[in-house]
Design a protein around this ligand. Structure first.
Ligand code: TPP
Ligand code: MG
Length: 687
């Protein structure tokens, strides 16, 4: 028996294989079944050679066999199904035994025991045993079985799981239909991988038998059409782990192995698939020792590195820390503040915008800039901490003599074919441990302390404070309403900051407006700002729902209310997010979110990309219609949401700054009252 496995003592649903040629015994079993003591397993619909014992049915017919058996015996049972000629097979269906315990049921048990509380599902012909297990679980294991959320679109399902995991760090499960459902996940798989969101995806596989040899064998036309050579290849390159469940006997270990990959740094999606026959298997109920399946822990920096980095920071004239994901661990934010308070004059720049990494009310805050910022050009010491793109060399580079250290959970960027930075040293280490180590060294080393207390250091702190005040003022100046009464994303965002609750969680997918949103929301609370971190547009619809669901679920456990959640999304991206699914789910499961659509009449990003390469090209002087990025006439964005929710969404359009206050207040009130709201906000470009 594997060391981590504890077979449950023989009980409810023991399966016993009878000697194949003992017809007399088989007949007795069938007779006994008719009397209600035992029943044919019916794996083939006609075979009576496999039976299950009911809990209290110590049938005399079986006394000679005993009622316990080993897992090895059970494995043999699967592999030694008698061969049956096609002519004798009439059907693969069978009466469902009352205490059936299948791979699928064990799969859900494994999820629950591992802390997965929600499954976002889009079902199909691969899921009969999954559906049976869902019903059984809901009836028999109330409050001890994952909650099932029906998701009419797979990308929304995965984005919900993504948002959930991004807020809580807790992986959830997405269940989709064979190859087509896997493809329906679309860009959400990229987003979870790039954005380091732990998610377990399960998809069925087309049955691998066609003559009724096993329960689950092919019953429908589509089972031939959906049979593909290697289904997991569809998403394999984005997954930390992708595998097929080949038997039910170790399904719990397989689920936990997958979750171990998903939750070990760098976190990300994992994929499991299993054929119908495997998911239908009757297995012995068993448990694993959950405490043995924790994620891999990452250590901190080697002692020499701690000394080198601390010394470099203490001696720096213009120190800079660049990050992107460090705030995913909410404890890193105060740790970075302590480091910046220790190295007075240290500035912190976010070049990823995926998490809230450093509070906007600290003088070291440089905000979010996508790899192009003056501080990168003038820093003499740079610490890159959990970051994929610290700068874009064609736009902005550090000084040639800058001393650069790279600390990352994935410093090699294992899935990126091209990545390098001129760091003098790189370390695979945990951000929190590393930052605490460096701060500890700075505080305990007397020489470094003297350096940090020098007059020069105080002057640097003053200069950083002055620059910070200037930056905040420049942001406010730029966010003023326009002369014609219109407004830009900056102004809208400053109003949102003013009117929404202080601890609002912002789910942001604002594309070319992201920096204006960040500058003006000025997040200060860890976990308050969440952006998908990937490039697959359409995350924030499901993402915001997942965040709200998670916030409500976690708060309920503490007897509190969940936080206010706002999705800020570009108009093009709103359409990518499958709003027909999003607002149906929001209504069906009562997940109220405020959506702000940044309506700039289409896609602005492709023009910006064009101008970076062809600043004076033909397209630079062409209209939006000519370069095919215009959404004119504009769709009724809020109307799409309203239709999906059966009319139950608060909607409004706004294009005048003078109306913003009232429109926002009403929408906030609606959402606080439990109704989703979608605001179509006409924003001017570039502010
Ligand atoms: C799934 C997907 N398709 C296409 C793109 C390419 N793309 C990047 S930005 C963009 C436009 C986004 O439009 P919108 O949300 O209106 O933001 P704006 O550019 O106007 O700021 C497109 C089409 C993408 N990133 N992801
Ligand atoms: Mg747009």
């Amino acid at each position: 028996m594997p060391p981590l496995l504890r077979a449950t003592p023989p009980r409810a649903s023991n399966v016993i294989r009878l000697p194949r040629h003992n017809h007399a015994l088989q007949r007795r079993c069938v007779a006994s079944a008719a009397a209600g003591n035992i029943y044919p397993r019916g794996e083939t619909g006609i075979s009576s050679s496999v039976i299950k014992l009911r809990p209290a049915a110590a049938s005399p017919a079986l006394s000679g066999l005993g009622n316990s058996f080993t897992l090895q015996q059970q494995a043999r049972q699967l592999s030694s199904t008698p061969s049956i000629s096609a002519q004798t097979l009439l059907t693969t269906t069978t009466a469902t035994p009352p205490n059936m315990y299948t791979t699928s049921f064990a799969f859900f048990e494994a999820l629950w025991d591992a802390g997965v509380t929600h499954c976002f599902v889009n079902l199909g012909s691969d899921h009969p045993s999954i559906i049976e297990a869902m019903v059984k679980g809901a009836r028999e294991k109330k409050d001890r079985f994952p909650r099932i959320i029906t998701c009419p679109n797979e990308m929304v399902a995965m984005s919900m799981a993504d948002g959930y995991a991004r807020l809580t760090g807790k992986p959830q499960c997405v269940i989709v239909h064979v190859d087509v459902g896997t493809q329906g996940l679309g860009a959400a798989v990229h987003n979870a991988s790039a954005g380091r969101a732990p998610i377990l995806v399960f998809a069925g596989l087309s049955p691998f038998t066609q003559e009724g040899e096993m329960r689950g064998s092919r019953t429908e036309y589509i089972h031939w059409i959906q049979d593909v050579p290697d289904q997991k290849q569809i998403v394999g390159q984005y997954c930390r782990y992708a595998a097929e469940l080949k038997t039910g006997h170790n399904v719990k270990q397989m689920v936990n192995r997958a979750l171990q990959f998903a939750t070990s740094a760098p976190q990300g999606p994992v994929y499991l698939c299993g054929a119908r026959e495997v998911m239908e298997m009757d297995i012995v109920p068993y448990e694993i020792r959950q405490e043995m399946w924790k994620p891999v822990e990452l250590g901190g920096l080697p002692q020499g590195a701690v000394r080198d980095i601390a010394a470099a920071l203490a001696g720096a004239k213009a120190a800079l820390l660049i990050t992107a994901y460090a705030g995913r661990d909410h404890r890193v934010v105060p740790a970075l503040v302590e480091l910046a308070d220790t190295v007075k004059g240290l500035r912190v720049l976010d070049t990823g915008g995926s998490d809230m990494c450093f509070p906007a009310d600290h003088p070291g805050w440089l905000g979010l800039r996508f790899g192009n910022e003056e501080a990168i050009r003038n820093a003499d010491v740079i610490v890159v901490l959990d970051c994929d793109v610290p700068w874009i060399p064609t736009q902005c580079k550090p000084r040639a003599d800058a001393k650069i250290f790279h600390i990352d959970v994935d410093p090699l960027k294992q899935v990126m074919p091209l990545f390098y930075i001129d760091a003098i040293a790189r370390f695979r280490a945990d951000a929190l441990t590393s930052v605490e180590q460096v701060t500890g060294q700075l505080k305990s080393d007397e020489t470094l302390q003297a350096q940090l207390a020098s007059e020069e250091s105080e002057e640097r702190a003053k200069a950083v404070q002055a620059a910070f005040e200037e930056r905040i003022k420049a942001i406010a100046d730029k966010a003023q309403p326009l002369a014609d009464g219109g407004f830009g994303t900056g102004h809208l965002s400053s109003k949102l900051r003013e009117l929404c609750p202080k601890d609002t969680i912002w789910a942001v997918e604002a594309v070319t407006n992201t920096v204006f949103v960040h500058d003006n929301l000025q997040p200060t609370i860890p976990g308050q700002w969440i952006n998908c971190g990937g490039g697959g547009l359409g995350w924030s619809g499901g993402g915001a729902l997942g965040i709200k669901l998670a916030s409500d679920h976690e708060a309920k456990a503490r007897g509190e209310k969940g936080k206010f959640v706002v999705q800020i999304v570009g108009d093009g991206t709103f359409l990518f997010s499958v709003p027909g699914s999003v607002y149906w789910i929001a209504k069906r499961y009562n997940i109220p979110v405020l959506t702000i659509v940044l309506n700039n009449k289409g896609w602005n990003a492709p023009r910006k990309s064009l101008l970076l390469v062809h600043p004076d090209g033909l397209g630079s002087k062409a209209t939006n219609e000519e370069i095919n990025i215009s959404f004119d006439p504009a769709p009724d964005y809020a109307g799409i949401a309203k239709a999906a929710a059966g009319g139950d969404v608060h909607t409004a359009r706004v294009d005048k700054a003078a109306d913003l206050d009232e429109v926002l207040r009403k929408a906030i009130e609606a959402v606080q009252g439990g109704q989703s709201a979608v605001l179509d906000c006409k924003v001017e470009l570039g502010c």
